[in-house]
Ligand binder design. Structure first.
Ligand SMILES: C[S@@+](CC[C@H](N)C(=O)[O-])C[C@H]1O[C@@H](n2cnc3c(N)ncnc32)[C@H](O)[C@@H]1O
Length: 282
């Protein structure tokens, strides 16, 4: 992996995350801080059960690094935390954090380097998610943990608010078409970890609610605003529907948001240097 830098550009004409969510004027960092505020309490709770004191941790696709920095408070001085992202402009400098700019669809690191490899809301957005997960699994030391969190839309399709429902459906369709995102990738967990030979598997579901000025309300408002032109071009969604959804969010509706599915597993203590698939998803 290389040293800190800025976002890469589109590779070989393939769609990628920063085609839609480039961090211009720190707007992406603000959007991701709202997402982190919604999900960090749950993620901290799940990470806490793994016991990272004195451990070497890697946070892949760290974004603004809220969890990476929190992890530094858990590992203590004898541990360490590396935060990796294709765009490190969102990662604030922190004395205990090692920041690396890297595209995980092409870069790798030595097998068995980390006691914990963590990635939240990264694989959702990578068309190469299966290959990246396989590669991340190799970075886990024998006896170490892999934890991944990704979205599953268990709530928005049944929203009683038609404009919110239709706008988010258009957003997910646009993300799939322009980035290759799969808003329901988390729904496949934990099978991909079991298939890679991980044991002591765990699974958790967290669904933050929308309410006036809640972090998810702020996140959806920012996400819809910055993607609305793409949404109209890709899906033909009525701009008036998008306006109404934004007005509802500003007014403050109570509703469900998307869910975060978190899966974790331990690499067997006596395992080969590269986990090998034991079965494939059906
Ligand atoms: C939705 S954000 C999640 C940020 C953070 N993990 C969190 O949950 O707060 C996805 C992050 O993955 C990063 N990312 C996207 N594609 C990447 C790639 N190919 N290599 C490394 N990072 C990538 C983005 O820059 C962004 O920071």
């Amino acid at each position: 992996m290389t040293q800190p830098g800025t976002a890469a550009t589109t590779r070989n004409g393939q769609p990628r995350y920063d085609d839609l969510f480039r961090n211009v004027d720190q707007a992406e960092a603000r959007r991701l801080h709202a997402l982190a505020a919604a999900f960090d309490p749950a993620s901290r709770s799940h990470l806490s059960r793994l016991g990272v004191a004195g451990k070497q941790c890697l946070d892949v696709g760290a974004g603004p690094g809220t969890l990476s920095i929190w992890l530094t408070t858990q590992t203590g001085p004898s541990g360490g935390v590396h935060a990796v992202d294709v765009d490190t402009s969102m990662l604030a400098a922190h004395p205990e954090l090692t920041v690396l700019q890297s595209d995980v669809t092409s870069d790798s690191c030595a097998p068995g380097t980390f006691d914990l490899v963590h990635a939240r809301f990264l694989l959702t957005h990578l068309p190469e998610r299966a290959a990246v997960l396989r590669r991340m699994a190799t970075w886990v030391a024998p006896g170490g943990w892999l934890m991944v969190s990704d979205f599953a839309d268990l709530g928005t399709a049944s929203s009683p608010y038609a404009s919110y429902r239709e706008t988010l459906a258009a957003l997910f369709q646009t993300m799939a078409a322009t980035v290759g995102s799969d808003i329901n990738y988390g729904r496949t967990y934990p099978e991909p970890l079991a298939a890679l030979g991980f044991t002591d598997i765990g699974l958790a579901v967290d669904t933050p609610v929308l309410c006036p000025s809640s972090p998810m309300t702020v996140f959806w408002h920012a996400t819809i605003e910055r993607t609305r032109q793409h949404m109209t071009a890709v899906t033909g969604v009525d701009p008036a529907t998008v306006d109404t959804a934004l007005e509802l969010l500003t007014a403050g509706i109570w509703d469900l948001s998307v869910s975060m599915i978190t899966a974790w597993g331990r690499r067997p203590a006596h395992s080969p240097s590269s986990p090998t698939p034991t079965k494939t998803a059906g």
